[in-house]
Design a protein around this ligand. Structure first.
Ligand SMILES: Cc1ncc(COP(=O)(O)O)c(C=O)c1O
Length: 393
């Protein structure tokens, strides 16, 4: 009798070492660095001070003072829900013209709550292919079937929805795409959801505070009501410059989430200091001044970049990607910019699709024209210093 040769199972240490070697080989190893946030859209690192073009602090509010009690002490259904939370939920609901709001500790948790509480096995979730990772993971965790349509392709979304009419169907999209800066075709998505009897979920993490006269995001810009977008997710960690997130909708929806969303029920409630600070910032988020300043920084950046023949994508939001394709070129340009005193995100797979590594340059009301000029001069030089793309690349 011949005994089968069994290989001992891979140990965890071997698995982690192999994964690390692979990441390093692909130039995809990442690490957290220490950044001390300074006023004036700057950060301090061990090497020195940099102008920050990497954060989502679109309105330049992240460095303002904080207010309120520090911790919540318990989950919201136990005793972690206090006056600061209630006041913020009420103010957010009034701002966004929704019946009610439910706070969560992060946007990731909000998206988990929505998908897992509203969908189950035999249901269908249809998403834009470029939706944020949290929306993809949330759909997977819900147990529903997940279909992803090519970016912004309404006809494909319609086909995917129409193919599968059993169970409930959620149609899901980012409002502003986080790595591309372009806007979702929300009016078309709303028409499609209505025609198909599906529920539209918009995650407007990057639109709130940035778009719309009142900063009400992509729904305000497109003139869409709560009826057309019944589930709206927003974060407090971007334009608000604080942290935390929320879901806005009708009272029945919010009560259902409050009772069933495990990512909220089994987690310590948002810290009251964040709720109070976000409430304090809401006035600045709604006021036009910072948004106008942000818009003029975006226009200035795009105009000057075009003059310098820097190839931009057609984004009118503060998210301005410069797609360089491969990881090494992207890292080389990001490092050259850092040497010159500018911090930008070097975004690589799996955050973006293969062969679309990019610099994610983000603008803020806290930037100045002089600072943008400095960034663009350094960027043009760094691009000129790149070796030509080889044929085999
Ligand atoms: C579209 C989108 N949704 C959700 C999130 C997650 O939000 P949070 O950082 O509050 O977890 C992000 C970014 O972080 C995002 O870009």
């Amino acid at each position: 009798m011949i005994w089968p040769v069994t290989r001992p199972p891979e140990t965890l240490a071997e698995r982690l070492a192999a994964a690390e070697r692979q990441r390093q080989g692909q130039h995809r190893q990442r690490r957290r660095r220490l950044f001390e946030r300074l006023p004036g859209q700057r950060v301090r690192t061990a090497q020195g001070t940099l102008h920050d073009f990497s954060s989502n602090d679109y309105l330049g509010l992240a460095h303002g003072p904080a207010a309120g009690a520090a911790g919540s002490g318990a989950s919201a259904l136990v005793s972690g829900y206090g006056p600061a939370h209630a006041a913020l939920e009420e103010a957010l609901a009034a701002w966004l013209q929704r019946e009610a709001v439910l706070l969560t500790t992060s946007g990731f948790m909000a998206n988990l709550a929505v998908a897992t509480s509203l969908s189950q096995r035999d249901d269908l979730i249809v998403q834009d292919r470029l939706c944020h990772a949290s929306l993809i993971d949330a759909a997977r965790l819900s147990g529903a079937r997940l279909r992803r349509f090519p970016h912004a392709d309404l006809a494909a979304a319609e086909r995917q929805l129409a193919r599968d009419t059993g169970g409930h169907r959620l149609l899901v999209s980012d409002g502003v795409f986080s790595m591309d800066g372009d806007l979702a075709p929300v009016a078309g998505l709303a028409r499609l959801a209505a025609a198909q009897g599906a529920t539209l979920v918009i995650d407007d993490a990057h639109g709130l505070g940035v778009l719309g006269t009142d900063g009400g995001g992509i729904c305000e810009l497109a003139g869409l009501t709560a009826k057309e977008v019944p589930v709206l997710v927003g974060t407090l960690g971007k334009s608000f410059g604080v942290g935390g997130a929320f879901i806005a909708g009708d009272r029945t929806l919010i009560r259902h989430l409050e009772n069933t969303a495990r990512s909220i029920i089994y987690s310590t409630a948002l810290a009251p200091v964040l709720a109070s600070t976000a409430l304090q910032r809401l006035e600045a988020v709604r006021a036009p001044e910072r948004r106008q300043q942000l818009r003029s920084m975006v226009s200035y950046f795009r105009r000057r970049a075009t003059e310098l023949a820097i190839p931009l994508r057609p984004s009118e939001t503060p998210i301005q990607p410069l797609v360089l394709g491969d990881e090494t070129r992207t890292l080389a340009v990001a490092q050259a910019l850092e040497q010159a005193g500018y911090l930008v995100g070097a975004i690589r797979p799996p955050t973006v699709p293969e062969h679309t590594s990019r610099l994610r340059i983000t603008l803020s009301a806290g930037h100045s024209e002089a600072c943008i000029d400095g960034l663009l001069t350094a960027l043009r030089q760094a691009l000129a210093d790149l070796p030509p793309v080889s044929d085999s690349a």
